[in-house]
Design a protein around this ligand. Structure first.
Ligand code: CP
Length: 316
């Protein structure tokens, strides 16, 4: 592996998930791999899990880590070609990416969608330009369109908890007061399409995601029907794709409750976190034995670690 920007950068997904689960049993076994090397984690947006788990994964592999909150600490970057930089943008990504590449061996980037300009978001302008101009491998820590490190952690978690070969997995939209990006849902859908799973997507009408991503997935608009016999309930809010970035409704009847979980096959409850209690899901469900959100977050370390390991092995 050279870059890790999309799930398609993983050559053999099945064996990668198995390797991550093995790595978890002895996380320090490849500590020499990153010795003398450095990873720069560049955050254009906030984070808890991604920042700490990627740092922990790097540490487990012997890598040094430099973290920069680029959005608040770096010079404001220009990404367009040929512009006259007479306004507020002080530095072009062409220099920034090349300079940062001299200080580290891997660059990891978090840069969310604006949710105001669909066309621009779909170019993934920050990630794409760093990939273009950096002279070292680039990792996506959540971009406009995807969160592949999260999806890999989700697949590891489902593999660990599944009781049948082909579980029924439901991704449900849930209400949220703010407009949230599509990245987590997009990558989870892509991941489920690659897994041996009976996958169902459920959301209110108007919350259809990019049809190019959902094209092979079953969509059920009745949430309770979707939940029938489910083994995993994965919940996430996203804003409208069609009416780009809009919150069309915050219908509380879509919140996950214990009564709703009764339609399932004692399903495990999953969410990428952070989660708003009693808006997305009730305390009762989140605090129940069937909630595996903490272990899901723990697996963020091993999804990052297996990706870093493969990049280090390929760029020795
Ligand atoms: N799930 C996830 O990416 O969490 P953070 O936004 O806290 O990194």
């Amino acid at each position: 592996m050279n870059n890790f920007c999309n799930l398609s950068d993983i050559v053999d997904l099945k064996s990668t998930i198995k390797e991550a689960i093995d790595l978890k049993k002895n996380p320090l076994q490849f500590k020499v791999l990153g010795e003398g090397k450095t990873i720069c984690l560049l955050f254009f947006n906030n984070s808890l899990r991604t920042r700490l788990s990627t740092q922990k994964a790097a540490q487990n592999l012997g890598l040094n880590t430099i973290v920069m909150n680029f959005g608040s600490e770096g010079w404001e970057l220009e990404f367009e070609d040929g512009v006259i930089m007479s306004q507020n943008k002080s530095e072009h990504v062409k220099e920034a990416a090349k300079v940062i590449s001299q200080y580290c061996d891997i660059i990891a980037i978090r840069a969310f969608a604006s949710l105001t300009d669909k066309e621009k978001d779909e170019t993934e302008i920050i990630l794409t330009n760093f990939k273009k101009y950096a002279r070292v491998p680039v990792i996506n820590m959540e971009s406009s369109l995807g969160h592949p490190l999260q999806a890999l952690a989700d697949a590891i978690t489902i593999e660990e908890y599944k009781a049948v070969k082909k579980p029924k997995v439901v991704l449900s939209w849930v209400p949220h007061p703010k407009a949230l990006p599509h990245a987590v849902a997009n990558s989870f859908i892509e991941m489920m399409q690659l897994q041996d799973a009976d996958f169902v997507l459920t959301h209110p009408k108007g919350y259809e995601l990019n049809p190019e991503i959902t094209k092979n997935s079953t969509i059920e608009y009745n949430q309770e029907k979707a939940f029938e016999n489910a083994d995993f309930i994965y919940v996430k809010n996203w804003s409208s794709y069609e009416n780009y970035g809009q919150v069309l409704n915050t219908d509380a009847s879509w919140m996950i409750t214990a009564d709703k979980m009764k339609f399932t096959n004692n399903a495990k409850f999953m969410h990428c976190l952070p989660v708003r209690r009693n808006v997305i899901v009730t305390d009762e469900v989140l605090d129940s034995e069937d909630s595996i959100v903490i272990e899901q977050a723990n697996n963020r370390t091993y999804s990052a670690q297996i990706v870093l390991k493969k990049i280090l092995e390929n760029n020795g």
